[in-house]
Design a binder for this molecule. Structure first.
Ligand SMILES: C[S@@+](CC[C@H](N)C(=O)[O-])C[C@H]1O[C@@H](n2cnc3c(N)ncnc32)[C@H](O)[C@@H]1O
Length: 326
């Protein structure tokens, strides 16, 4: 298992993004994702107490609050996450998001497996790419405890066949290819070597390192042809090329070494997040297990089906209603 802990997620939300999908959405979730939630909420009673599980910086909570305001509903939303969430920073600069945010109660540092809320506190538990990151049984038991007798759960979750997980696999493969070249280390060696030499001096060691670097760069350029979107290899090449550009001549060796170190850390963090994503995604067996768990707790499954975004399989919806024990 390669799960990110709350501290690692806190560091991620420090970047002040609203969702984890940079580039997919402009601001908050839109398209079929937004439509799913708006259609679901169009059918509910007007004044629900809702808990958003593993809310991150509040993307889903903000979407439901937007529905609230557009449709004059009085749903009260509590958003829970075990990370230190940065919703103020993520919504800064947007008047509309800031207005929405002010109506939501955010609970940082709160594990969805053990929220501390009273029994029967909520009418509905929602989650978007969040619930599946926790231990399913513990989190479902907790949700069941804090939901009232006729409560509903409504999640969108990652599944192994989705385009997101395919991209995660590709990203991991490209990172592996880059790391295997040892280019970061070779660049570190040549920077240190060149720093000791007078400008334009002839040096066999530096020449050999230059040759190695060029060989590895050609190898990576070849590898890029294998991918429809070789984003990570391209990023890797671009970042390392900067050390040999004009602007780098103004940097000290220590600054260059620190920049190289930062690059290593960024790549490592990204890799860990992709591994976490892969392990959170439900496969067929995992989804079946969750269905059985819900049914064993007297929930009636309503909408367990794939959800698409821009014609790509994006995840699975899971809507289930608690049936009051007679
Ligand atoms: C992919 S993000 C999704 C955030 C948000 N729901 C969204 O759609 O943008 C997953 C979130 O789950 C949170 N998380 C993971 N395990 C958790 C747990 N056991 N309790 C609470 N939050 C958890 C992480 O901190 C992270 O913010």
């Amino acid at each position: 298992m390669s799960k990110l802990n709350s501290e690692q997620w806190s560091q991620f939300w420090d970047k002040n993004t609203l969702t984890t999908f940079h580039g997919h959405f402009e601001g908050n979730y839109d398209g079929e994702i937004k439509q799913f939630w708006f259609e679901l909420f169009a059918q509910t009673n007007p004044n629900l107490k809702i808990v958003d599980l593993a809310s991150g910086n509040g993307a889903l909570a903000l979407l439901i609050e937007e529905f609230n305001q557009l449709n004059s509903r009085g749903h009260k939303i509590s958003a829970v996450d075990f990370a230190d969430i940065k919703v103020n920073e993520a919504t800064e600069g947007s008047e509309s998001l800031t207005k929405l945010k002010n109506n939501i109660n955010f609970y940082s540092n709160t594990n969805i497996e053990n929220t501390g809320f009273d029994d029967n506190s909520f009418d509905m538990a929602i989650s978007q790419f969040g619930f599946e990151y926790a231990d399913h049984e513990k989190a479902f038991n907790e949700v069941d405890r804090i939901l009232n007798d006729t409560g509903r759960v409504a999640f969108i979750m990652h599944i192994s066949e989705s385009v997101i997980i395919k991209q995660a696999f590709e990203a991991l493969e490209q990172i592996r290819v880059c790391n295997r070249t040892g280019l970061i280390e070779t660049v570190g060696l040549i920077l240190a070597r060149l720093d000791k030499l007078p400008k334009n001096a002839k040096d066999d060691v530096a020449d050999k390192l230059k040759k190695d670097i060029n060989k590895q760069l050609s190898f990576l350029t070849e590898q890029m042809k294998k991918y429809a979107e070789p984003t990570h290899i391209q990023f890797f090449i671009d970042m390392l090329s900067r050390f040999f550009a004009q602007e780098a001549s103004l940097m000290t060796l220590e600054e260059k070494q620190q920049t190289l170190e930062n690059l290593k850390v960024e790549i490592k963090k990204y890799k860990e997040r992709m591994l976490d994503l892969k392990s959170a995604a439900l496969d067929k067996e995992g989804l079946l297990k969750l269905n059985r768990l819900a049914e064993s707790k007297n929930y009636k499954l309503r909408l367990v089906q794939p959800i698409y975004y821009n014609k790509n399989l994006f995840g699975v919806t899971f809507v289930a209603d608690k049936i009051k024990a007679s």
